[in-house]
Design a protein around this ligand. Structure first.
Ligand SMILES: Cc1cc2nc3c(=O)[nH]c(=O)nc-3n(C[C@H](O)[C@H](O)[C@H](O)COP(=O)(O)O)c2cc1C
Length: 342
């Protein structure tokens, strides 16, 4: 299938693996790119050296285009973005921050830049900054989707921008891809779906739980990491989202997150103080790391908290990336031709 996104990114299928911490690893990124989509590496939990090694590993595993994702407001993210630029990666995807400088640097070697946005205002600002495409994340999404559902957010942004759009949030099969294309998108990013694939490093206990849970079993709350985020509904998640974490405890725990990306504590403190209004949010974000790691890596849903989208209700199996990608394309063809009566 050819769309504005497949043309722009030089891929065969309009299917994107978004950057998901601990999940969008070199192996999963390469699996999605080898299946004809675009895998995006998550650099959130990686130091600069680890990001460099991960990019080298992806290049060993695939000769297809791939991307690197950076959440700009997080500790260590700008340094990781510079590593990606130095390595001249084909695609850079940024969220939560200003990416003008990324656009300028990537353009020098022909790299493409995708901005993740959740509002019309940010979509217009990103377009003005010169990005090549937008990743528009609706309310249904795992983690930090917007306040508005994909069904309304995607067409509202398609109406006001003239760059290609990747729709994210609630897309897990070919019906979803067909719907996204009808809404004005040019591709879908499937987080929960690819996270629940055979090649995904998501713990097997979580994968089987995703298959068992339905669309209603998620929680969307600001109390978990300081930003509105969607997590799997479990007793541990209900507890973790009941009230915001004690501020001082959150600051202490955020140091652990800084250590993970090899950021010196003085730098974290300087960062926190220079962005005083964001201090609480950053701290909560760091504090959430421990619980996310427990679920995603150790499979501990009794104490850990798992990012997952409402699309878990339409995920019914744990298949290979190749099988999921080709099935989505066949289903989308069927859905798009269903009402094509002469
Ligand atoms: C397990 C998991 C972990 C995620 N981790 C991150 C992350 O670290 N950073 C981020 O920007 N988005 C993260 N996301 C969100 C995805 O990038 C994407 O926006 C979302 O999965 C799209 O919605 P969907 O799950 O309905 O496909 C994560 C999603 C999942 C399922």
């Amino acid at each position: 299938m050819k769309t504005a996104i497949t043309e722009l990114l030089n891929i065969e299928k309009p299917l994107i693996l978004p950057g998901m911490s601990w999940i969008s690893t070199p192996e999963l990124v390469a699996a999605v790119s080898n299946a004809g989509g675009l895998g995006i590496l998550a650099t959130g939990p990686l130091s600069q050296a680890e990001t460099q090694a991960a990019i080298a590993k992806i290049r060993q595993l695939t000769d297809k285009p791939f991307g690197v994702g950076v959440t700009l407001m997080m500790p260590g993210a700008k340094a990781n973005a510079k590593v990606a630029l130095d390595a001249q990666v084909p695609v850079i995807n940024f969220s939560l921050g200003k990416g003008d400088w990324l656009v300028q640097e990537a353009k020098k070697y022909g790299g493409k830049v995708i901005a993740t946005v959740v509002t019309q205002k940010h979509a217009l600002a990103a377009q003005r900054s010169g990005v090549d495409a937008l990743l528009v994340t609706g309310h249904e999404a795992a983690a930090h989707g917007g306040a508005v559902t994909s069904l309304c957010l995607v067409p509202s942004i398609a109406d006001i921008v003239d760059i290609p759009i990747i729709a994210a949030g609630g897309f897990a099969d070919g019906r979803g891809l067909a719907a996204a294309l009808s809404l004005g998108a040019d591709a879908v990013a499937m987080g929960s779906r690819f996270a629940t694939s055979a090649e995904s490093p998501l713990h097997q206990n979580v994968k089987t739980t995703v298959v068992a849970k339905d669309v209603e079993q998620t929680i969307y709350s600001k109390n978990f990491d300081g930003l509105y985020a969607r997590v799997m509904k479990t007793p541990a998640a209900e507890q973790a989202t009941k009230k915001p974490m004690n501020f001082f405890m959150a600051v202490v725990k955020s140091f652990k997150a800084a250590k993970m990306v090899d950021m010196p504590l003085w730098k974290l403190l300087a960062g926190l103080l220079s962005q005083f209004d964001k201090i609480r949010m950053l701290s909560l974000f760091g504090a959430a790391t421990e619980k996310l790691e427990a679920a995603t890596i150790k499979g501990d849903l009794d104490n850990g908290v798992q990012f997952i989208g409402q699309s878990q209700g339409v995920i019914n199996d744990i298949e290979s990336v190749e099988k999921i990608a080709s099935r989505v394309m066949t289903e989308a063809d069927t859905a798009l031709n269903k009402y094509n009566r002469t």
